[in-house]
Design a protein around this ligand. Structure first.
Ligand code: 0RQ
Length: 501
């Protein structure tokens, strides 16, 4: 069955190279893609070739690049290597793009994932010149069946002057019916409540809309999404998962949540994966997930019958699991819903549903400020992603990390965080392989003692206590959050100088 059955749009089928001709130097371009899924596979590569030719001829050719979240080598990688991007938002995991951001060649705007669409509506980045969006099919009436991610595609299609579609036959045709695209968004001061009262409640349409007159090219592709594999669960991740699941048991017995918990959001990474695996082995049943990304073990939890439903904005699967999903897509219909990232990560909905948010961190300080993004204060890792959307509004949030990094030379618990993404006011529970620190209802000094005793690695515990004791002694009139400012970041400077904290 043809994937492009709209007569008007099928007339626009062309090659990636010709499609890329529609993008001009200086354009702002919104591209699809979220955690390595649903990104355009061919037009960015063709665009990178144009950029390289222009650069060899001594001409400037860069674009402002906006996406849903991280993409892959075929998008961020090729454009960064072609030195073709001057501005990037909102989340990136590609090593070449990360290098370009950290070398100062790319201006990076690390914004909450639920916020970017409205920032584009309000013109913070100027106008959106182009959109390159991957879909699974084009229907006879011109409606678009989204693929493995929705992300910001609705906004890109609405806002861009010119639209390029990539129709990827690798995505199952059965994707029709998996999506919920909300067209009721109004801008302030006309906003209405968003009526999502249960995780997989539908409030929108299964299709994306596009004005056919704006579509300048349609490119057919047949290429897989990025292979999003994780290493097998190691002992540390397993230990963190155990602490966290035990904590949830405690919350149930304390009467703070029902037996089937509250809807779960899990970030990406090894620990989140281990928690999901741990839940599969646990006694919990009839779980729900209201999250942004569906990784292997979340799908595994659904397969195991422990999880009843998932609402997200994207998949992020390893190749074998993606192939399994594609071959059996129909059997998942009704249990998985993919929404725009404005809705999957919406603060109003996260607060209403009472989400349990589980996210990784780079470091936390003794008072519970969490750094999710920066190495030694300056160097960008990936970005805040959706961690702030969820954590700030969650009923219960966890930040998880091994207690040390780089073979023990870095402590993940430090006197003062070198960058703060989640403040002490937002952080509920910290988890490392050493233990768990419940920070709810604690004042800063009590919190500090708990974090050091429960979460810091024994190699660093004594020095952290020593810092705290001296800070308290030196702050008789500033006893609320005692610090020795001249020393607070000395652990980071020592690491930069000696390679060890
Ligand atoms: O680097 O592999 O080179 O050794 O950071 O660390 O421990 O493998 O953990 O993969 O879960 O990533 C915070 C980055 C954790 C991630 C972060 C080094 C460490 C290693 C990775 P190497 P781990 P994870 C959903 C929610 C923000 C976005 C978010 C993240 C590498 O969870 O990007 O939560 N979070 N989104 O060695 C120096 C430290 C370090 C350190 C770790 N203190 N100093 N290096 N590392 N701690 C997804 C989306 O929003 C889309």
């Amino acid at each position: 069955m043809t994937r492009i059955s709209c007569p008007v749009l099928s007339k626009k089928i062309t090659t990636a190279a010709q499609a890329a001709e529609h993008i001009s130097p200086g354009d702002n371009v919104g591209m699809s893609g979220f955690t390595g899924c649903g990104y355009p596979k061919e037009v960015p590569g063709a665009l990178a070739e144009r950029m390289k030719s222009a650069h060899s001829a001594g001409e400037e050719f860069t674009i402002g690049l906006l996406t849903g979240a991280s993409t892959a080598q075929e998008l961020d990688g090729v454009l960064a290597e072609a030195e073709g991007v001057h501005l990037r938002a909102p989340f990136n995991t590609d090593p070449s793009m990360r290098r370009a951001i950290n070398s100062g060649d790319v201006e990076y705007i690390d914004t909450h994932l639920s916020h970017l669409a409205q920032q584009v509506w309000f013109g913070y980045f100027g106008k959106l010149d182009g959109a390159v969006v991957e879909v699974a099919a084009v229907l006879p009436n011109g409606l678009l069946v989204p693929g493995s991610s929705v992300g910001n595609n609705k906004t890109w299609l609405d806002q861009a002057d010119k639209v390029i579609l990539e129709v990827n036959e690798w995505h199952p045709r059965e994707y029709e019916g998996f999506h919920d695209v909300y067209y009721g968004t109004k801008l302030p001061p006309h906003r209405n409540p968003i009526q999502i009262l249960e995780p997989t409640q539908r409030i929108g349409d299964p299709y994306l809309r596009v004005d056919p007159d704006k579509v300048v090219a349609v490119v057919r592709t047949n290429a897989p999404d990025r292979d999003n594999s994780f290493s097998p669960v190691d002992d540390k991740s397993h230990a963190m998962a155990e602490y966290l699941i035990d904590f949830l048991r405690h919350e149930v017995s304390a009467g703070r949540m029902p037996k089937n918990l509250l809807p779960i959001q899990s970030g990406i990474g090894n620990v989140a994966n281990a928690v999901l695996e741990g839940l599969k082995e646990s006694e919990f049943e009839h779980l729900h997930s209201y999250t942004e990304v569906i990784q292997d073990n979340l799908l595994g939890l659904l397969d195991s019958g422990k999880l009843d439903s998932i609402s997200a904005t994207a998949f992020s699967l390893s190749r074998p699991v993606a192939e399994h999903f594609n071959a059996n897509a129909e059997s998942y219909k009704g249990r998985i819903l993919l929404r725009t990232q404005e809705m999957s990560n919406h603060p109003e909905i996260v607060r209403r549903l009472g989400i349990i948010a589980i996210n990784g961190m780079v470091e936390a300080d003794i008072y519970g400020h969490v750094n999710s993004t920066h190495i030694t204060g300056s160097k960008m890792m990936n970005g805040i992603g959706g961690s702030g959307d969820f954590a700030r509004n969650a009923f219960l949030n966890f930040f998880v990390s091994p207690s040390t990094a780089k073979d023990g030379s870095i402590s993940s618990i430090v006197p003062m965080a070198s960058h703060v993404d989640h403040t002490e006011h937002d952080v509920h529970v910290l988890v490392t392989e050493q233990g768990i620190a419940d920070l709810r209802g604690t004042s800063p000094v009590t919190r500090a003692k708990r974090i050091i005793d429960n979460c810091a690695h024994p190699d660093y515990r004594e020095r952290l206590h020593d810092y705290l004791d001296r800070a308290i002694a030196e702050s008789p009139n500033a006893a609320h959050t005692p610090h020795i400012l001249s020393e607070a970041l000395s652990w980071h400077t020592r690491f930069l100088e000696d390679g060890h904290m």
